[in-house]
Design a protein around this ligand. Structure first.
Ligand SMILES: Nc1ncnc2c1ncn2[C@@H]1O[C@H](COP(=O)(O)OP(=O)(O)OP(=O)(O)O)[C@@H](O)[C@H]1O
Ligand SMILES: [Mg+2]
Length: 230
């Protein structure tokens, strides 16, 4: 079963300085439970593609089906609803609120979803436990290492019980050892919970934690590589 299917997706950015064609005729299908890495040079359209997959932006042309729903022409409100329900985001810069501790950061999106306090605490604690941070719940971001902050960001995504985790350069701000810990965590969540992961990375070693690498060049899919695990 496909969780997402892009058919002939193109994206143009129009501004006073002209038009940039960021994506051209992208065809991509991802099955439930897959772990896909997207690679490609700077400016090749990786973030643009991830933003469209994440319903943060709409394509200029083409069709996008998420969990069987056609979402390429939905209103901003509908897209926000779908993001909330299906998608967890992890970014290079962790985007944690400095004034809140780890637990507070993980709980925050659940408040916006109208989930009651007891259930929120339960889910947030479970998610922090899943990323190995039970003993850091009361620490603020400034009292955590980079890898720990990224694990809080992953717990925040996880607590929303997403079908899909989208990560844009999740190890870009981390040293390579810490980066590997984060990749192992994604692998574990993917294998044990069946959460689909789509990740953008510059790093071939990190990309290799996925099962498939999609390479972009000038807004087009140049090639796909399937990783055989020993
Ligand atoms: N909001 C925007 N307005 C105009 N052009 C944009 C906008 N966002 C991206 N672009 C252009 O679209 C192209 C693709 O950008 P994108 O951010 O998807 O690249 P990327 O592969 O993620 O690069 P990087 O590895 O540097 O993050 C680039 O040429 C970029 O300049
Ligand atoms: Mg980018």
């Amino acid at each position: 079963m496909e969780i997402l299917e892009l058919k002939g997706i193109s994206k143009e950015y129009r501004s006073g300085r002209g038009t940039v064609k960021a994506l051209s005729d992208i065809n991509l299908a991802v099955k439930k439970g897959e772990f896909v890495s997207i690679m490609g040079p700077s400016g090749s359209g990786k973030s643009t593609l991830l933003n469209i997959i994440g319903c943060l932006d709409r394509p200029t042309a083409g069709e996008y089906f998420l969990d069987g729903m056609k979402v390429d022409r939905l209103s901003d409100d509908k897209l926000a609803e779908i993001r909330n329900r299906y998608i967890g985001f992890v970014f290079q810069k962790f985007h944690l609120l400095q004034g809140l501790d780890a637990l507070g950061n993980v709980e925050l999106p659940l408040i916006y979803r109208g989930i009651g306090s007891a259930e929120r605490k339960r889910r947030a604690k479970e998610a922090l436990d899943a990323v190995g941070l039970s003993d850091r719940m009361r620490h603020r971001p400034s009292e955590l290492s980079g890898g720990e902050q990224q694990r809080v960001a992953i717990a925040r995504a996880l607590a929303q019980e997403p079908l899909l985790i989208l990560a844009d350069e999740p190890t870009g701000s981390l040293d390579s050892n810490t980066g590997r810990t984060i990749m192992e965590l994604f692998q574990k969540l993917n294998a044990e919970r069946g959460i689909t992961v789509v990740m953008v990375t510059h790093d071939r070693d990190m990309a290799g934690y996925g099962r498939r690498i999609v390479r972009l060049l000038d807004g087009r899919i140049k090639e796909e590589e399937f990783i055989v695990k020993m």
